[in-house]
Design a protein around this ligand. Structure first.
Ligand code: NAP
Length: 207
């Protein structure tokens, strides 16, 4: 299952996973994009707002136990600390942290399942204007550290993927992505190469 499947990287992951076969569940908020993915990939979709616990709970009940869970939801806000808007801050922490935490609370996993979370290179994002983004992504890493211990008995392993710039709508606040950004398809292939490898790396550094 891919959460954030309607995003730039999420859509590319969905296509790459569909090509590999197996039952594929997709979730996001944009119903139009989800419907198009279902039509094109033969996947199943459950729309959900990841900040609403009841929606996450309903999603988890519908999809049942998972073998692979990829958290590709996220948001960015480009605001200096003096300008930070409280609503934007909440939206950002919901997408990058709360959604992940609620998903881990409610999803169920088959033994040997893999959880994959898309993260950052801290040194690339710790720049003026990205305090809240950096904080929320590093907090998600903290959740993952603890999840590894709490889910060990269930046989679930987790991988943090550090990504360089990938050309997606996430870059909208900056005008456009950097020239050397990966395409979403390139990023998805590199993510899956690591996420499906044996043994699963704890950290996957995509370059
Ligand atoms: N792009 C990069 O350069 C880059 C680099 C490093 C790490 N990452 C990480 O990779 C992940 C994916 O990024 P992306 O570039 O693909 O971003 P994106 O194109 O902006 O996609 C973001 C996704 O998150 C979903 N989302 C956001 N808030 C949500 C909420 N409250 N509830 C449910 N879904 C929500 C969006 O759903 P809807 O569109 O349906 O609303 C969309 O599917 C993020 O975690 C990001 O931090 C990206």
């Amino acid at each position: 299952m891919v959460l954030g499947a309607t995003g730039g990287i999420g859509q590319a992951l969905a296509s790459a996973l569909a090509a590999r076969g197996g039952q594929l569940w997709l979730s996001g908020r944009n119903g139009q994009v989800l419907a198009e993915l279902v039509r094109r990939l033969g996947a199943r979709a459950v729309p959900a707002e990841l900040g609403h616990e009841l929606e996450v709970q309903a999603l988890a009940a519908e999809v049942g136990p998972l073998d692979l869970f990829i958290y590709a939801a996220g948001a960015v806000v480009r605001q200096g600390l003096r300008e930070l808007d409280a609503k934007d801050l909440e939206r950002l922490f919901t997408a990058n942290l709360k959604g992940l935490t609620l998903a881990l609370k409610h999803l169920s996993f088959r033994p040997g399942a893999r959880g994959v979370v898309l993260g950052v290179y801290p040194e690339l994002v710790s720049v003026p204007g990205l305090a809240a983004y950096t904080a929320s992504k590093l907090a998600a890493e903290g959740v993952l550290h603890v999840a590894r211990r709490e889910f060990r008995r269930e046989g679930v392993r987790f991988c943090l993927v550090r990504l360089p710039a990938v050309a997606t709508p996430l870059w909208a606040p900056f005008g456009e992505p950097p020239k050397n950004a990966l395409t979403p398809a390139q990023a998805a292939e590199r993510i899956l190469e690591g996420a499906l490898a044996d043994p699963l790396p704890e950290t996957l550094e995509v370059r």
